[in-house]
Ligand binder design. Structure first.
Ligand code: NAD
Length: 254
């Protein structure tokens, strides 16, 4: 039986992380060929080999460095002869601090990875994509509301909605669709790290606090996000572009 992505060629950044890896596994199951990109070389190699598939390539790159972005875009084109799906997903959480104490070097780092990384990805990958391709950018519920203590992260996730909207407009002529996905808190490394940063003495209480703001009373699993990304990547969403897709168990309702 053909999968929803049979014969499609996908590039995924942040592929060694929770959401990226879960999405890669789902895309592979649905018949896609994959180029996995991440800055963490050892984890990326391990994940690529865990998949045991000839349809999986990997490329170690820092998405905030444009020369490295150009290289992974070239490598994907060379490996597959075309690119149909781009999951522009890599991101970092930074630290937890009020804006007046937020370390300037971390502000710069978050903007470099979460904003410039997404921008360079669009700039250097999309021109290599086939007509009717699909681009999915990972924002967050933090792209749609404020979270105290996470200023630069919130700023960066708002910024990528702007990138998504402009790039969607400018790519429509080639029938390339561009959408963003907005996870609420996800049960993975990034949230564990944030919980520790917000309250080193009681990270579990931070999780309980977030869960209290979610009508479904639980964090998302990586696979909850991957399924929405699959929908946006597949022809099931052929007429959908320029949209913000919230996957948050109702968090933004509260
Ligand atoms: P994660 O930390 O498990 O994965 C992020 C991945 O991005 C890591 O593998 C990391 O090595 C990679 N990465 C970081 N900087 C990079 C760089 N400069 N170049 C290349 N790769 C880099 O967390 P995740 O939850 O899988 O995060 C994926 C995306 O989802 C991020 O954009 C994140 O902001 C967003 N998000 C996460 C949550 C959550 O609760 N975890 C919620 C909303 C949005």
């Amino acid at each position: 039986m053909n999968g929803k992505l049979q014969g499609k060629r996908a590039v995924i950044t942040g592929a060694a992380g929770g959401i990226g890896k879960a999405t890669a596994a789902l895309f592979l199951k649905e018949g896609a060929k994959l180029m996995l990109v991440d800055v963490k070389a050892e984890e990326l190699k391990k994940i690529a080999s865990d998949f045991h598939s000839e349809d999986v390539e990997f490329f170690v790159a820092d998405v905030s460095k444009k020369e490295e972005v150009k290289k992974y875009a070239e490598a994907a084109l060379k490996a597959f002869g075309g690119i149909d799906i781009f999951f522009n997903n890599a991101g970092i959480e930074g630290v937890a601090s009020p804006f007046y104490d937020y370390p300037d070097d971390m502000f710069d780092k978050i903007l470099d990875v979460n904003v410039k990384g997404v921008w360079y990805g669009c700039k250097y990958v999309i021109p290599k994509m086939s007509e009717k391709a699909s681009v999915i950018i990972t924002s967050s519920v933090a792209g749609l509301k404020g979270f105290a203590g996470l200023g630069p992260y919130v700023l960066s996730k708002h910024a990528v909605i702007g990138i998504m909207r402009v790039v969607a407009l400018e790519s429509a002529e080639r029938k390339i669709r561009v959408n963003s996905v907005h996870p609420g808190p996800v049960n993975n490394r990034m949230m564990r790290s944030l919980e520790e940063k917000i309250s080193p003495e009681n990270p579990d209480a931070v999780q309980k606090g977030f869960e209290g703001q979610i009508p479904f009373h639980r964090y998302a699993e990586n696979e909850d996000i991957a399924r929405q990304v699959l929908y946006l990547a597949s022809d099931d969403s052929a007429y959908i572009t320029g949209t913000t897709n919230v996957v948050d168990g109702g968090m933004l309702l509260t």
